[in-house]
Design a protein around this ligand. Structure first.
Ligand SMILES: [Zn+2]
Length: 113
């Protein structure tokens, strides 16, 4: 499952950070998931809990910040909202639009103790 491999990658990142910054427990993980990242939020939350078992983030709360998709139109140069990567420009209908926002999934912040 796509979300499971992501959750495991997040766990690796957290474990590395724990070693580097010497913290033993993560209380909360704030993650940004873009509307165009292809990550299913519910599935990710489910996989997150499983993946963090026996890590420093075991039992950590997951806060998901959803970012909207957006892009810049190569034809009219305006910013346009995107709900899917292959949406056309909302202003002039040009296609494809260069995606500038909402494509990524990343960790924003760890609350540790
Ligand atoms: Zn346009």
């Amino acid at each position: 499952m796509h979300e499971m491999s992501l959750a495991l990658a997040v766990r690796d990142l957290i474990e590395e950070a724990a070693e580097r910054e010497k913290f033993a427990k993560v209380k909360c993980v704030r993650a940004e998931i873009g509307a165009l990242s292809g990550v299913e939020r519910e599935a990710f939350a489910f996989c997150f809990d499983l993946a963090m078992k026996d890590s420093v983030a075991d039992g950590a709360r997951l806060e998901i910040v959803a970012t909207a998709g957006g892009g810049r139109c190569p034809a009219c140069g305006r910013e346009t909202p995107l709900t899917m990567i292959y949406d056309a420009c909302a202003h002039c209908g040009a296609f494809p639009v260069e995606v500038t926002a909402g494509k990524d999934m990343r960790i924003l912040e760890l609350e540790v103790e």
